[in-house]
Design a protein around this ligand. Structure first.
Ligand code: SF4
Ligand code: MG
Length: 338
């Protein structure tokens, strides 16, 4: 059975003056309706690029896509731009870090939400305006029947973020992609937006992909977690498994930075020694090997020569050459030493 969203062996390669950047290089995952998948990784790990490719918002001139993306059985990578446009804002929707980039300064917030609704449903102006007020109310804008006529600059940052969420949800999308939507907000507003997304998901049954560099956010919101490194998935599984019993040294390193999963929402990733890999000339074998504390423990220099595959496809899996026994022993030592 194919999940609602199925991504198989996705590759997103850019041509640049210096060569081909393998921004995403063989990524697979599935997402069911009504569930939230948290994608976590450092900047440049391929999280945003993956989702722009799903939405068809990549630069078509310079990007080569390969693999398969099925949304409810429909292939997106090869879909015509016209078909993708009909899906965007309707069946699939997105919210970004910067609401000002999504909202036009020249039109009222209400007009923009109403226009999105009209475009996809053919509703009358009057119906669409009523829908805009209703959506603003649902995302917690006070006095929505007054504020519907405000311009984006008349809203606070948190309210603009809410308005963008209202616009993203106005057509009851089945898939919502949220790319660091709370990063620019202060901690209190972040927490409110997270609560809002959780409530809305329960109300609408939307499948959500939540992209973040913040494990605290993942701990608060995600059902499943996918950890990206260097354009690939290094670990995925249920939230409790991945955060509680990590299997990949990179995930272990990320978690090492967290004071507590119940702590504040705003927890940055600790700098793991070294720098993210170049995606122009990625390291051979495991892309994490130049930074991995355990690479020399693995026999036959496998880490620097052979790509570890992610297994199993379902359930909790990791792409790492360590055996289960080695992992238990070394991870316990690593934690004891901190
Ligand atoms: Fe470290 Fe090797 Fe596992 Fe990569 S495959 S994470 S280098 S132990
Ligand atoms: Mg990003």
């Amino acid at each position: 059975r194919v999940p609602f969203l199925s991504v198989r062996d996705l590759k997103v390669h850019f041509s640049t003056e210096d060569g081909v950047v393998k921004a995403v290089d063989g990524l697979s995952f599935g997402l069911e309706r009504g569930r939230t998948l948290g994608i976590v990784g450092e900047s440049g790990s391929g999280k945003s690029v993956t989702n722009l490719a799903i939405l068809g918002l990549h630069d078509r001139e310079r990007t080569a896509l390969d693999g398969e993306v099925l949304l409810d059985g429909r292939e997106l990578l090869t879909a015509a731009e016209r078909d993708l446009e009909a899906l965007r804002g309707n069946t699939m929707s997105m919210i970004f870090q910067d609401a000002l980039a999504s909202l036009s300064p020249y039109h009222t917030v209400g007009a923009q939400i109403a226009e999105t609704y009209r475009k996809h449903t053919g509703a009358s102006r009057r119906e669409a305006r009523a829908r805009a007020v209703e959506m603003l109310r649902r995302v917690g804008i006070p006095q929505p029947d007054m504020r519907v006529g405000d311009y984006p600059h008349q809203f606070s940052g948190g309210m603009r973020q809410r308005a963008m969420i209202a616009m993203a949800l106005v057509c009851d999308p089945e898939l919502l992609i949220a790319d660091e939507p709370t990063t620019a907000l202060d901690v209190t507003v972040q927490a409110q937006i997270m609560d809002l997304l959780r409530d809305l998901q329960q109300e609408f049954g939307t499948a959500i992909i939540f992209i973040t560099h913040d494990l605290g956010v993942i701990a608060n919101l995600a059902d499943d977690v996918l950890v990206m490194y260097g354009g690939r998935c290094v670990e995925k599984g249920g939230r409790a498994e991945v955060l509680g019993v990590p299997r990949h040294p990179y995930t272990l390193g990320l978690l090492g930075s967290m004071p507590s999963l119940d702590g504040p929402v705003d927890v940055p990733l600790s700098p793991i020694p070294g720098t993210p890999p170049s995606l122009l000339a990625p390291p051979p074998g495991c892309r994490f090997h130049p930074r991995c504390a355990f690479a020399e423990k693995v026999r036959d220099a496998l880490c620097s020569t052979r790509r570890p595959l992610l297994e199993p496809v379902d359930g909790h899996g990791t792409a790492c050459h360590l055996t289960a026994g080695q992992r238990r022993e070394y991870f316990a030592d690593y934690r004891a030493a901190r």
